[in-house]
Design a protein around this ligand. Structure first.
Ligand code: PLP
Length: 182
């Protein structure tokens, strides 16, 4: 109801994103983000190899192939060179994980994705309030997914959110998340 709208609005203001959507969990947020990007069977999705299982499970669930990318030992975040070596014609998305809520290296990965025309999804399950170069998580990637599970920084019982500045994706999400009821 109204509280959900208020929460989504406040979250959008907090991270500076143009569009914010609430979901039942970060897992749902990741799954629906890949759906919005049109990920389907046999597509490859490059993901950080150090994460919670949900990051790979949503890719598997869409019958796509998770391609594991090594992380740096100093940040536990995706390694640029290993990502470049694993990008193929089939790579349809990259999921960067903010390990322990730390987005270090995210801008560099975004540049690589932009160079290759591959959308960047951010698993920011633990990263609400974090940012890189003074830009908040939620504003850097093409799509960012947050979690409000009891184990995370902010808890709503269970819950998640998606933020994006992309109008086209937002239109798709707005319609699908409410089963076309809006
Ligand atoms: C907790 C977590 C998730 C899953 O969040 P839920 O809201 O429980 O679905 C996904 N990715 C990472 C990195 C997490 O830490």
């Amino acid at each position: 109801g109204e509280n959900v709208k208020k929460f989504a609005h406040k979250l959008g203001v907090e991270v500076g994103a143009k569009h914010t959507f609430l979901t039942t969990s970060a897992t749902t947020a990741l799954w629906v983000s890949l759906k919005a990007l049109g990920i389907q069977a046999n597509d490859e999705v490059a993901i950080s190899d150090f994460s919670f299982p949900a990051t790979a499970n949503v890719v598997e669930d869409l019958r796509a192939k998770p391609v594991f990318v090594d992380v740096n030992f100093d940040t536990f975040n995706m390694n640029v060179d290993d990502l470049i070596s694993k990008i193929t014609k089939k790579t349809k998305a990259v999921i960067f994980v903010d390990a322990f809520g730390n987005p270090t290296g995210l801008h560099e990965i975004k540049d690589i994705c932009d160079d290759h025309g591959i959308p960047l999804v951010e698993d920011a399950a633990c990263a609400l309030g974090s940012g890189e170069y003074d830009i908040p998580c939620g504003k850097i990637s093409d799509i960012t997914c947050f979690s409000f599970h009891p184990r995370k920084l902010l808890c709503t019982g269970e819950g998640g959110a998606i933020t994006t500045d992309n109008d086209e994706l937002a239109k798709w999400l707005e319609s699908r998340l409410l089963h076309g009821a809006n």
